[in-house]
Design a protein around this ligand. Structure first.
Ligand code: ATP
Ligand code: MG
Ligand code: FE
Length: 345
């Protein structure tokens, strides 16, 4: 059973062929990062134009590399949100075109569910499950009582973790996206600045990273005004320690209130070495009964393979989109404010 999957929500154009939801036959990713770097972030109009230029090439490459034909496909899956509307529309339109021309079911996929399923290629999922989804635009704790049932129990109230990395990276002169470089610098420094850890001790599962971002930027600007040069490795390490402390603390709190079989770590920021190590350690110490599944490093960022994996599950659950499928830039799982004591019964 083969799925042709499309991803174009931000600045990666990607098409993949996935077998039975877990085997990657091909995963073509055309990134536009170089075109956006001089602007320090993704420019929506530039992104859509690149997607249009790349999408049909990606389809051909994905089918060729997988050595399959349109006739071999069972369905077409596509990210329809969240993301940039102009970018999403390119993937949605291409997926509709293929599905219509070859009379295949069209399966809509939430980009964040896609990130989550990047962790399933080498593992079996078991429920109930908790996921920490950390990316460029989102930071959320998602509880799943069973497959295909997503409930946000905590999320960022302002900046996403990845966004904070990118913004503080800019102040240090690091090219967009800065996460990977800051992560590497962090390994060479130590937490000498002790930046704030917002909401860390609050009795909820929400996050806030804008205060940390401001504290960081102020520290660097003040030093610059005094002509003082701060150690970039210590700055990176201090920033990362603050982010990792809060993410780990809130995740452990959620695990205490929601007993689950597995914890999933996924999304672009899931590639962070400090975060991966910290969750491994904390879980072993505090919740050894919970199995930790982390998305493989090469599948943390945006790609269509993860959309095919999530799409396969949606397909089996009967999710089908009509030819009127539209992009939904603000698509989100439902937010739950339910008392966790009730939720786990
Ligand atoms: P979303 O998935 O929320 O729609 P997005 O698709 O733009 O947003 P992703 O592609 O999932 O985001 O992730 C990109 C983000 O991950 C960027 O902010 C980038 O800086 C960050 N990132 C990548 N590698 C690392 C790393 N090693 N440490 C920290 N952050 C990282
Ligand atoms: Mg990207
Ligand atoms: Fe993403």
């Amino acid at each position: 059973n083969l799925i042709l999957a499309f991803e174009s929500s931000c600045d990666e154009t990607s098409v993949a062929v996935i077998e039975d939801g877990q085997k990657i036959l091909s995963n073509i990713v055309a990134t536009q990062i170089l075109s956006h770097q001089r602007f320090g972030g993704v420019v929506p109009e530039v992104a859509s134009r690149h997607h249009i230029e790349q999408i049909t090439k990606c389809i051909d490459k994905a089918l060729n590399e997988a050595a399959v034909d349109y006739d071999d496909l069972s369905a077409v899956a596509v990210t329809y949100g969240p993301g940039l509307v102009g970018s999403l529309l390119v993937g949605v339109t291409a997926a509709k075109m293929v599905a219509w021309a070859h009379q295949l079911p069209l399966v809509p996929v939430n980009h964040m569910a896609g990130h989550l399923y990047a962790a399933r290629f080498e593992n079996q999922f078991a429920y109930p499950q908790l996921a920490l989804l950390v990316s460029g635009g989102h930071t959320e704790l998602v509880y799943m009582a069973s497959e295909h049932e997503y409930e946000i129990i905590g999320e960022t109230r302002d900046d996403a973790a990845g966004e904070a990395y990118d913004k503080i990276g800019r102040v240090l002169g690091v090219n967009y996206p800065a996460g990977k470089t800051i992560d590497e610098w962090a390994a060479k420094g130590s937490d000498t600045f002790h930046f704030p850890r917002a909401m860390e001790k609050e009795d909820n599962y929400d996050f806030s990273f804008s205060g940390l971002k401001s504290a960081f930027i102020n520290t660097v600007h003040n030093a610059n005004q005094r002509g003082q040069k701060l150690d970039k490795y210590d700055l990176a390490a201090s920033f990362q320690q603050s982010v990792v402390d809060v993410l780990a603390e809130k995740t452990m709190r959620a695990l205490s209130d929601y007993p689950v079989k597995q914890l999933i770590l996924a999304g672009g920021v899931a590639a962070n070495h400090g975060l991966r190590k910290r969750l491994e350690r904390d879980l072993k110490e505090q919740h050894p009964e919970v199995e930790l599944l982390m998305a493989p490093l090469k599948l943390c960022g945006d790609n269509a393979a993860m959309i095919g994996a999530a799409g396969w599950v949606n397909y089996l659950h009967g999710d089908r989109a009509g030819w009127d499928l539209n992009a939904v830039p603000g698509l989100s799982f439902a937010r739950s404010n339910a008392n966790p004591d009730l939720a786990i019964k």
